[in-house]
Design a protein around this ligand. Structure first.
Ligand SMILES: [Zn+2]
Length: 480
């Protein structure tokens, strides 16, 4: 797409070379061409209430936060002369949010293709990232990553796109599908080593793996220094305890537990939670994905009426509204089952909380009906409804995911020396988690984006999506 985003010309805060080398996806490994020769501005957020999200950290009322070269230079220090000042009075500053389960759209080719042929459907990287940034999401975890995702990450690192930090997981499955398919432990181990060689930082295990291959993958991933996240393979039905092997780092959905439940009793929820806790396995419940699936299975009315649909790529809008398999395959029994699951997932989350299982917020964006960026806030509200305190909710999307990803030295809390990934709010999220939606501005890697800029990015995206809608008919493009 030749469209040039107007905000490319906004002042660029220098992404200058830092020899930190700790974050696997650091966005500062090269000096952007755009940053060359420009002195990066120093920013100060004046008289703001800082919610640092450090362990035991209290709110710092009415302090001035100084940001220089993409990092937090001081909390409550003097404002250097020449700094650009943002008025923080009456506002609240939290760490940038982390969505721990997304599937980012990438350039694609549908149907058969010739050697030398590239993609035929393109997803502008800025358009993919804008809804995240506009919602304060400054880090995300893609759970089925492809080479195109490295390209997107580099678009951001180069400074051509304003986007979040990206952690990338390579998916390994069994069965007969496409992708990295393995059926033996030694092939599983080789798939992990290959994924590492290709540059992936995490491994995702999937539903069709057989038991021994699954165990070998997790063991090899640990040997290679990669953490594992994923589904609990179907092969563990009736013996789920065997799935909890050392280094199975995180279960990707509450549904992976409910699929293994003998019944939907509290006792069964507690049994599953105890297995998670004993193995040190974390949970990303992704309750919002199930909620959206249940809604679409019933009817497409809610989705069709959503004011957020305009921020979704028109090809996906067409898929969701004209080729929606959840809705096509609906049965009264299926709808009743989804309602049961939604209720049981709340009790699972409660049991996990009681058992001390760390939980992180993820949306499974990519599933039809889940709105990038916006629905992370919905997931936060669902966690609050399940009984999380506002502080626990904020933890689940800041400090804890940073720890799981191994980047807590860089992001996840507001501390001197950390990267300036920050969200400025008009209201206190510790009073009500809904206030995480009251965004006054976002700082991503030291770059300030006011509410006005964020709104302009969104309206620009919406305008172009709407203008090109007629070019994207899911059935015509894909033949499905
Ligand atoms: Zn997913």
């Amino acid at each position: 797409m030749s469209y040039r985003h107007p905000y490319h010309t906004l002042p660029f805060i220098g992404l200058f070379l830092m020899t930190m080398g700790c974050a696997p996806f650091a966005t500062t490994s090269t000096v952007s061409q755009k940053g060359k020769g420009q002195k990066p501005p120093v920013w100060a957020i004046k008289q703001v209430n800082v919610i640092p999200m450090t362990t035991g950290g209290h709110v710092l009322p009415n302090v001035s936060v100084v940001i220089s070269q993409g990092r937090i230079l001081s909390l409550d220090g003097p404002i250097p002369p020449g700094a650009r000042v943002i008025d923080g009075r009456g506002k609240w500053l939290i760490p940038g949010l982390i969505d721990m389960h997304v599937h980012l759209a990438t350039d694609s080719h549908f149907g058969s293709k010739l050697p030398t042929q590239g993609a035929t459907t393109f997803f502008d990287t800025q358009d993919v990232m804008t809804p995240y940034i506009a919602n304060g999401v400054t880090t995300l975890f893609d759970l089925n990553s492809k080479p195109e995702h490295f390209g997107q990450r580099n678009d951001i690192a180069r400074g051509d796109v304003i986007g979040p930090r990206m952690a990338l997981a390579a998916l390994i499955n069994g069965g007969n599908g496409s992708g990295r398919i393995v059926h033996t432990p030694s092939d599983g181990r080789q798939a992990v080593r290959s994924a590492k060689a290709e540059g992936y930082e995490f491994i995702k295990v999937y539903s069709q793996l057989d038991i021994e291959t699954y165990k070998a993958i997790i063991d090899e991933a640990d040997k290679q220094g990669l953490k594992t996240v994923g589904h609990i393979p179907n092969a563990f039905r009736g013996k789920v305890e065997q799935a909890f092997v050392p280094h199975f780092g995180m279960v990707a959905h509450a549904e992976e537990l409910s699929k293994q439940a003998g019944d939907f009793s509290d006792r069964e929820a507690q049994r599953l939670a105890a297995l998670m806790a004993a193995n040190g396995t974390w949970l990303s419940p992704t309750m919002i994905a199930m909620k959206r699936i249940a809604s679409q299975t019933r009817s497409l009315d809610e989705l069709r009426a959503s004011p957020l649909l305009r921020y979704v790529h028109p090809l996906l809008q067409s898929k969701w509204l004209t080729a929606n398999n959840y809705n096509r395959n609906r049965t009264p029994e299926g709808i009743a089952r989804l309602d049961q699951l939604l209720a049981f997932h709340v009790r699972l989350v409660q049991a996990c909380k009681k058992a001390g299982v760390p939980m992180v917020a993820g949306t499974d964006t990519g599933v039809s009906g889940v709105m990038a960026g916006f629905d992370l806030h919905t997931e936060l509200e669902l966690l609050a409804e399940a009984g999380f305190t506002p502080e626990e909710v904020l933890n689940s999307t800041t400090r804890l995911p940073a720890i799981w990803l191994g980047i807590d030295g860089e992001v996840g809390t507001i501390e001197v020396g950390k990267r300036a990934d920050l969200v400025l709010l008009d209201a206190n999220p510790l009073d009500n988690v809904k206030n995480t939606r009251a965004i006054s501005g976002v700082i991503v890697n030291g770059r300030w984006l006011s509410k006005t800029t964020l709104d302009r990015m969104l309206s620009d995206l919406s305008r172009r999506n709407t203008a090109s809608r007629d070019q994207y008919d899911w059935k015509k493009v894909t033949g499905n």
